[in-house]
Design a protein around this ligand. Structure first.
Ligand code: NAP
Length: 253
């Protein structure tokens, strides 16, 4: 295997929600592979910025609330103004709301759909227009979930959104493959981040989940590093519309 297949030197990646969790690990991995990073966050991404710079890459700090699509044109404009181009988009920012389906509120429905699906589509659209304007190839990586494949429980808006991400990944791949844009997704299994703190804090649910993971452990954010670099790199140039499970074997059960 030629190591240069995974070399991202000189590339520019926009990563949403990279102040913590999976987004932080992905931004750092892309930087180690050679990308300059434009991070899109509500909160200060201090550790991520420092890690990207320690890897010898530039970090652009963009602040935006992706519960609305209003900031999207500014994200693309500011990134292009700073770096001249965009090569990779990672749609990672996401939230989860838990409640019984019988009690689930419209607010919990809309909040999750807005961040986890609507902004994913409109940011992808805006970045794809930039890829086409650059007359170059581009890579879009959406962060899906086990609940893109399974129903889950007590998370109806999250399941709807992440199932939507899988379908949207296929649709965008169909429309944009011929334009040199690879749209794929990563479906993380159960990874130890803020998103899963409530599950890990519930001894019964924690035991059930661990018992079902063939690898026998929760994933760590760095488990996403290799798959993210792969999908951002030339090594995946003939992959379109695929959702890659990184799940310790969860779906194999
Ligand atoms: P996390 O630690 O809670 O990180 C979520 C990220 O999304 C944070 O950076 C957060 O920023 C950002 N975000 C949330 N709402 C936002 C908004 N309105 N505007 C801008 N940014 C926003 O959780 P995580 O586990 O790393 O989640 C990352 C992605 O992986 C999500 O899409 C999640 O659904 C997905 N995922 C996680 C797992 C898992 O097991 N952990 C499994 C499958 C899929 P703030 O800190 O500023 O809120």
């Amino acid at each position: 295997m030629n190591a240069s297949l995974f070399d991202l030197s000189g590339k520019v990646a926009v990563v949403t929600g990279c102040n913590t969790g999976l987004g932080a690990a992905i931004a750092q991995a892309l930087a180690r592979a050679g990308c300059d990073i434009a991070g899109v966050n509500r909160s200060a991404p201090d550790q991520t910025a420092a890690a990207v710079q320690a890897a010898g890459r530039r970090y652009l700090d963009l602040r935006a609330d992706l519960s609305s699509i209003a900031p999207i044109s500014g994200i693309v404009r500011d990134t292009v103004q700073a770096y001249g181009r965009i090569d990779v988009l990672v749609n990672n920012a996401g939230i989860i709301r838990r409640n019984d389906a019988l009690d689930f509120t419209e607010e919990d429905w809309d909040a999750v759909l807005d961040v986890n699906l609507k902004s994913v589509f409109f940011l992808s659209q805006a970045v794809a227009r930039q890829f086409i304007a650059q007359d170059g190839p581009g890579k879009i990586i959406n962060i899906a979930s086990m609940l893109s494949f399974q129903g889950g429980i007590r998370v109806p808006s999250y399941t709807a959104a992440k199932s939507g991400v899988l379908g949207l990944t296929r649709l965008l791949a169909n429309e944009w493959a011929a334009r040199g844009i690879n749209v794929n997704a990563i479906a993380p299994g159960y990874i130890a981040t803020n998103n899963t703190a409530a599950l890990r804090g519930d001894a019964h649910r924690n035991r059930d989940i661990l018992d079902r993971i063939p690898a026998g452990r929760w994933g760590q954010p760095d488990d996403l590093a290799g798959p993210a670099v792969f999908l951002a790199s030339a090594a995946s140039d003939y992959m379109y519309g695929h959702t890659l499970a990184v799940d310790g074997g969860w779906l194999a059960r």
